[in-house]
Design a protein around this ligand. Structure first.
Ligand code: ZN
Ligand code: ZN
Length: 364
């Protein structure tokens, strides 16, 4: 039998259940899970805030594990065979069709209606398709990426799903050398966006967030300035950013908060003719009021949004982390490892912001 932690229904509970050992179909790969992530999305899943999620659910969309078994040939994107005992990760998005209008004409495969996501839109009734499990069943066609030997699995988990998400957002932000970048939010995505803005050659990086211990991590990951939103009220934050950017505001602002109210602030702290990228509004948390004249049109603002990741973002995140593993104390993002039996506690620690990032270790 295989043990996995399951969110039984929207609202919980979370419990450990036994599943039968899976039989591999041709092209499938079975992993022994080393680590799987607990991220803000999993808190949303616990509370039933995402549409189209089948419960019961084995969460865990970004994971790393050792290949136990393959049934026939499976290859990575470089064309190499996936071998037993290799330590690998995989793209949680599966089934992108590469034949629909969004995939082919709009070239926006993250909006492909066929895509399914491990740990989010694949339910436990369909198999071991989430990472909070001793084993993960990789269906034929799942994009598997071996970790480079110099990339420690726990270091990879420090990047987790936030790193490729932030990488996609920083791509959208088009950071020029020397640009000033404001990052709203210091959860995992905000922290990774901070590090990537720094690696992209930003001049000044300003992070707005709370609590203080997360802002300390942001400073360690390359921020020049940290604005504590528990000390600076919403209507004063744009001025605080302007003070740090020659009175004009940030060239680029990246929203990583999940709070609709941060949108108006973000538009206002960005300089005229600057760029605003929204990546944090992953669930529907409500509406917000902005002034289209003052906040958009007159400012000549470039507003962009960013949904999901594709293989290119995950691939580049893995390579980047291996290359820059010593550039920052990446692991300071990870607050703790939890066995399957403490998955509910891990969710609470993330939700109540005691943990920046929690990692499930099913071998504990
Ligand atoms: Zn498609
Ligand atoms: Zn995630």
């Amino acid at each position: 039998m295989v043990k996995a932690a399951v969110i039984v229904a929207p609202g919980g509970p979370v419990e450990v259940r036994d599943f039968p050992e899976p039989q591999l179909e041709p092209g499938a790969v079975l992993l022994e899970t080393h680590y799987s992530e607990v991220c803000g999305t999993d808190v949303h899943l616990l509370h039933g805030r995402l549409a189209g999620v089948p419960y019961p659910l084995i969460p865990g969309h970004i994971s790393v594990g050792r290949v136990l078994e393959t049934n026939g040939a499976a290859r990575d994107v470089d064309g190499n065979d996936i071998r037993a005992d290799e330590v690998v990760t995989f793209l949680d998005v599966h089934g992108t069709c590469h034949s629909c209008w969004y995939c082919l004409i709009a070239k926006a495969s993250t909006r492909c209606p066929s895509r399914r996501v491990y740990g989010i839109t694949y339910g436990a009734d369909e198999g071991l398709l989430g990472g909070w499990s001793e084993r993960i069943y990789l269906k034929p066609g799942v994009h598997i990426l071996p970790l480079p030997p110099q990339l420690d699995p726990l270091l990879y988990m420090a990047g987790g799903c936030a790193l490729p998400t932030a990488l996609h957002a920083i791509d959208r932000a088009d950071v020029k050398l020397g640009a000033s970048v404001a990052v709203q939010g210091c959860g995992p995505v905000g922290l990774m966006a901070t590090a990537l803005a720094r690696l992209s050659g930003a001049g000044t990086v300003i992070v707005l967030g709370a609590p203080r211990h997360r802002l300390e991590v942001a400073l360690a990951l390359g921020a020049d300035h940290a604005i504590d939103i528990e000390a600076v009220p919403s209507d004063e934050r744009p001025d605080a950013v302007r003070e740090l950017t020659g009175g004009r505001g940030s060239d680029i602002t990246v929203e990583c908060t999940g709070e609709p109210s941060s949108i108006a602030e973000g538009l206002r702290m960005t300089r005229d003719a600057g760029t605003y990228v929204v990546v944090g509004q992953y669930t529907d948390a409500g509406d917000v009021t902005i002034n289209p004249h003052a906040d958009l049109n007159r400012k000549h603002l470039d507003v962009r949004a960013c949904w999901g990741i594709d293989l290119s973002h995950l691939y580049r995140a893995v390579q980047l982390l291996a290359r820059h593993r010593d550039a920052f104390p990446w692991r300071s993002v990870i607050s703790g490892e939890y066995p399957l039996s403490r998955a509910a506690q891990a969710l609470r620690d993330v939700e109540e912001r005691r943990a920046v990032k929690a990692v499930i270790n099913p071998r504990r």
